[in-house]
Design a protein around this ligand. Structure first.
Ligand code: UDP
Ligand code: MG
Length: 310
């Protein structure tokens, strides 16, 4: 079993991939222990696969997964995790925004006993004001809505222990939002601060559409708070209906008053009905995600027991 597996998702990264490979190789040179580099080609159409193969094909540490089409960054990471054999697994972007040179230092923290060492961005260089603002707003909204504490300004750059990887892979949700899942599983986590660099070459592979999908996956996989808004609207409408009733009786608004009151009352009742349906759908959704019911960090005095209750 190698000490470290490095998962590198890549989509149309032919300008960077050879450099990324070289930087990873020299960064991991001082590593005391074996490692593997798992490149996941997420349906690139620019020949990334061939470029990588011609530069790194005879390296026995290199493994490549070639997707049938573009399934998205999160799925690429998931596929890499599934194939990773290491005791610790690193996830790193292919564009060198996350410096490979930090991996040995992060691994040190893992050796100290942390199960998750996640990269926390101190600064983001070379990114548009729009990207910075949306990221800022997203992380704060998500934390306000989600039931768990998802660290702010944190991407997928991290090292996780094998047991964390196994826990994540046992979560079967389609709207995969890895950084949320890693927070959800718990265990001992360490924030590793770093400067996020500029992309080495090429342009972002995360256009607004993909960013929005990721944001919605994050919000809807980790929070049922949006459903609760329906109940709030319903209650406000019903209260407004009663206020209208009193006003109509006292101030003799006549038929207009009665009509407004009925509309508010029916609207409020419908909203509450939808909220009740939503609660059930939310529960069905949670069941279908089939997450483990709980995860055990350690036990004392038992023989080895199955971690996941089925
Ligand atoms: N990526 C991927 N599939 C996609 C989009 C992106 O595998 O559909 C990879 C990409 O090659 C990179 C990482 O995900 O290694 C992060 O993407 P990018 O750097 O474009 O995002 P940004 O840093 O601009 O948010
Ligand atoms: Mg990037």
């Amino acid at each position: 079993m190698p000490l470290l597996s490095v998962v590198i998702p890549m989509y149309n990264e032919k300008e960077v991939i050879t450099e990324t490979y070289k930087r990873l190789k020299s960064a991991l040179l001082p590593l005391e222990g074996d490692y593997e580099l798992i490149f996941v080609n997420d349906g690139s159409r620019d020949g990334t696969y061939d470029v990588l193969l011609s530069g790194a094909g005879d390296d026995d540490k290199v493994k490549i997964i070639d997707f049938a089409r573009n399934f998205g960054h999160q799925m690429a990471v998931r596929a890499g995790l599934k194939m990773a054999c290491g005791q610790a697994i690193a996830i790193i972007d292919a564009d060198l925004q996350d410096p490979p040179e930090l991996l040995p230092k992060m691994l040190e923290k893992w050796r100290e006993g942390y199960d998750v060492v996640y990269g926390k961005r101190k600064s983001r260089q070379g990114e548009s004001a729009f990207k910075k603002f949306t990221a800022f707003a997203f992380y704060r909204t998500l934390n306000a809505l989600a039931g768990i504490d998802i660290p702010k300004d944190t991407g997928d750059f991290r090292i996780i222990d094998k047991k964390v990887k196994d826990a994540i892979l046992s979560m079967r949700e389609h709207g995969t939002f890895l950084r949320g899942m890693v927070s959800w599983v718990g265990y001992r986590q360490y924030p590793f601060e770093f400067e996020r660099h500029e992309r080495f070459a090429g342009t972002t592979k995360y256009p607004l559409k993909k960013m929005l999908k990721l944001a919605f996956d994050g919000i809807f996989s980790f929070s049922v708070t949006p459903i609760k808004f329906l109940s709030l609207i319903g209650i406000v409408e019903i209260i407004a209906a009663f206020v209208m009733l009193v006003l109509t009786l006292l101030l003799k608004f006549g038929s207009a008053g009665w009509i407004i009151m009925s509309v508010l009352l029916v609207g409020g009742a419908l909203m509450l009905g939808m909220y009740i349906l939503g609660e059930y759908i939310g529960r069905i959704y949670e069941e279908t995600m089939d997450r483990p019911l709980y995860l055990i960090s350690r036990t004392y005095g038992f023989e080895d027991k199955e971690q996941k209750e089925r």
